[in-house]
Design a protein around this ligand. Structure first.
Ligand SMILES: C[S@@+](CC[C@H](N)C(=O)[O-])C[C@H]1O[C@@H](n2cnc3c(N)ncnc32)[C@H](O)[C@@H]1O
Length: 272
């Protein structure tokens, strides 16, 4: 059973743990996503969930609640233009010095479609431009441990590969598995390193990047949290590096930190 007070208290704990701000009226979403966890921990009400979260904020229970509450919707080459901009503008610009190294961060990578799409673009760019592959690395992070496990696995059902991948890319960059699924080829997977990272916490251990994809995650946060995250991303971007946000996200209020670059279609942000 949920009372308004218990719902508000749950939203506040979830926001402390993940930054995710549910807002009003999501009681049904909460109860459907927490049903199994509550059953397996023998918790009768949302107040019991809140009590347990407060007493063990860093434990396995909190991890499973946050995992259940994240929205992992993603697809291959989402919105197309970020990947076209990467191939036609960012890579030629950043890799014009021979042997130059490049680090790209997929900052909320979900089940891996985003970082693997970036890696496919890199392979295609290297093959078409005859530029030396050099030292290019993709670091892919997410808050949800269960989704990172899927991403690391790199195996997708036919329904998932049907979302955003054309048949040529499917044939070129995936191996069919014996049980009718598709596994990302080692050539694409090997430059992607998956790590758990909560965007609310420190980025001291992720290093510096020339390109950051932080797409379709800022929408879940309050304006204040969003601003703090954008400032921290600014801190890990190399001079002249690029930030790519989701279609409904912007750098509101930080025009002294990022210059808007119109690519028609699409906008990217260059570190000032
Ligand atoms: C809707 S998906 C977006 C995936 C991908 N970037 C895309 O655009 O398709 C949002 C992802 O953000 C992750 N996420 C939510 N809160 C986070 C946080 N505080 N730190 C890191 N990742 C978070 C979720 O686990 C989820 O996988």
């Amino acid at each position: 059973m949920q009372t308004d007070l218990a719902y508000d208290a749950f939203c506040s704990e979830l926001e402390k743990l993940s930054g995710i701000c549910l807002g009003a009226g999501k009681q049904y979403l909460v109860s459907s996503r927490l049903r199994n966890i509550m059953k397996s921990h023998d918790l009768a009400s949302l107040s019991d969930v809140v009590k347990k979260l407060k007493s063990e904020p860093r434990g396995k229970f909190a991890t499973s609640v946050v995992d259940a509450m994240t929205t992992n919707e993603t697809l291959w080459f989402r919105d197309s233009h970020p990947y076209e901009i990467l191939k036609s503008k960012i890579l030629p610009e950043l890799l014009k010095t021979p042997g130059r190294s490049l680090r790209i961060w997929s900052a909320a990578c979900s089940s891996g479609q985003e970082p693997y799409s970036i890696s496919m673009i890199l392979e295609e760019y290297f093959q078409s431009s005859l530029v030396n592959k050099g030292n290019v690395k993709i670091v892919a992070t997410d808050l949800s441990e269960s989704i990172l496990e899927e991403a690391r696995n790199g195996v997708y059902a036919s329904l998932a590969v049907g979302r955003g991948l054309d048949p040529q890319r499917l044939k070129r960059w995936f191996d069919a598995t014996t049980d009718g699924q598709y596994k990302v080829k080692p050539q694409v997977a090997q430059r992607v390193e998956f790590r758990k990272l909560n965007l609310l916490e420190s980025y001291a251990l992720v290093g510096k990047f020339e390109v950051v994809f932080c797409r379709n995650v800022l929408i879940y946060f309050t304006p204040e949290v969003k601003k703090q995250i954008l400032l921290k991303i600014h801190g890990v971007l190399a001079p002249g590096g690029y930030l790519l946000l989701g279609g409904s996200e912007a750098i509101s209020g930080l025009s002294d930190k990022f210059e808007m670059v119109h690519c028609r279609p699409g906008i990217i942000y260059k570190k000032i």
